[in-house]
Ligand binder design. Structure first.
Ligand code: NAD
Ligand code: DAU
Length: 351
């Protein structure tokens, strides 16, 4: 079936994997990537898409009402997969307003545009909102986030994502806009901006710089390979039920310290260093304010109802990730040679 699909945030980390999957797998779909190209958006993530006939890049801001309405009117989208967001917790602590604006206001602008443009016929239309496990708050040593877990967001980032989730559900309840939401755990893989733990550490290890570990390094995250997240999004977009929420996770919990030990081990091998060399770069620094202790996802609903499960073991995924960063030095260089140095200085100087 022919479809026009709007993907927002497609020049970012996860969005670029979703764009690539949909463009290659569904030649019958026209994929429109709407992205403002903030510091996190990078068209170098999509160089292999530029000559594809079913791919169109639209530079624009999701908070710009006139622009968003104009593209809905022009391209008559059948579906929206909404990933555009401010996504880094540390930046939300220093600059919460941008998170409120993009993550909450931007989502409402898109919801309104969908509601107005689809109002005569909601059949075969879908607004798919991509969210995070952080909306559920922080776990103790046991337990898992289920779709029924109460929301308890703890950072400006997660509160803004929780707010957008509520608004998406409100449009479903009030206006009958067809929606699905998924809440995923931490992603890792190629093309992730090196402000996040894994790519930042890969870059520092390679350059023999300190690896900053917040607090004692005993916070726990559940890591999922980004291409597995993109596959889950594909499954949910096509098979998810109207109004439902699906949790996505890797069944792969690591303390930050164990994860960095593993990464150091892999990098020592890849860089031909003596075992235990890179571990010496680990530096404990001041903790993140309000640092969530543990996230862990129960993804059994998605597995049972829609048949998705992660395809990769972490050991394989982390090797692939390290290989990608080591083989794409220019991609990293183009980022770290710009404003990144200023960001790094301000975020880590006094920690
Ligand atoms: P990212 O920061 O790498 O990319 C975000 C993209 O959105 C960038 O291309 C940026 O240019 C674009 N963008 C930002 N503001 C915009 C605006 N106002 N208008 C248009 N485009 C704008 O983020 P990511 O890590 O790829 O995350 C994508 C989505 O997935 C987010 O909604 C995030 O909350 C969610 N998520 C991320 C993770 C993770 O581990 N990274 C896990 C679960 C959910
Ligand atoms: O759980 C899903 C979320 O995962 C997504 O919604 C977010 O968009 C994404 O950024 C990610 O959030 P985290 O805060 O968990 O990811 P980050 O890579 O920033 O940090 C991972 C863990 O590592 C966290 O416990 C903080 C710690 N950390 C992070 C950095 C950047 C450090 O110890 N040192 C660091 O320098």
């Amino acid at each position: 079936m022919k479809k026009n699909i709007l993907i927002t945030g497609g020049a970012g980390f996860i969005g670029s994997h979703v764009v690539r999957l949909f463009v290659n797998k569904y030649p019958q779909y026209n994929i429109f990537n709407l992205d403002a190209l903030t510091y996190a958006g990078n068209l170098e993530n999509l160089t292999d898409m530029s000559d594809k006939e079913n791919y169109t890049f639209l530079k624009g801001d999701i908070t710009n009402i006139d622009f968003v309405n104009s593209i809905f009117a022009k391209f008559n989208f059948d579906g929206v997969i909404h990933l555009a967001a401010e996504s880094h917790v540390d930046r939300s602590i220093t600059n919460p307003m941008e998170f409120i604006n993009t993550n909450i206001v931007g989502t409402v602008v898109l919801l309104n545009a969908a509601k107005e443009n689809w109002k005569n016929d909601f059949s075969n239309k879908l607004f798919y909102h991509i969210s995070t496990d952080e909306v559920y708050g922080s776990l103790g040593e046991t337990g898992f986030f289920k779709e029924t877990t109460n929301y308890d967001p703890q950072s400006p980032y997660s509160a803004s994502k929780a707010s957008s989730d509520h608004l998406v559900r409100a449009y479903n309840n009030t206006y009958k806009l067809p929606i699905v939401i998924s809440n995923c755990s931490n992603n890792y893989g190629s093309h992730q901006f090196p402000e996040k733990l894994i790519p930042l550490s890969i870059n520092n290890i390679k350059n023999n710089k300190p690896i900053p570990i917040y607090g004692k390094g005993d916070n726990i995250r559940d890591w999922l390979f980004v291409e597995d997240h993109a596959n889950a999004i594909d499954v949910i977009f096509h098979k998810g039920k109207n109004g439902e929420t699906y949790n996505i996770g890797g069944i792969n919990e690591w303390t930050n310290l164990d994860l960095i030990h593993k990464l150091c081990e892999v990098m020592d091998k890849k860089l031909g260093r003596e075992p235990e060399t890179s571990k010496k770069l680990i530096t404990f620094v001041t903790d993140r304010a309000g640092h969530d202790k543990r996230y862990a996802i129960d993804a059994s609903k998605l597995t049972k109802e829609l048949g998705w499960k992660p395809s990769l073991q972490f050991e394989e995924g982390i090797e692939k990730t390290v290989d990608w960063y080591l083989n794409n030095e220019d991609w990293v260089k183009n980022i770290v040679s710009g404003d990144y140095a200023k960001y790094y200085e301000s975020m880590y100087k006094n920690r």
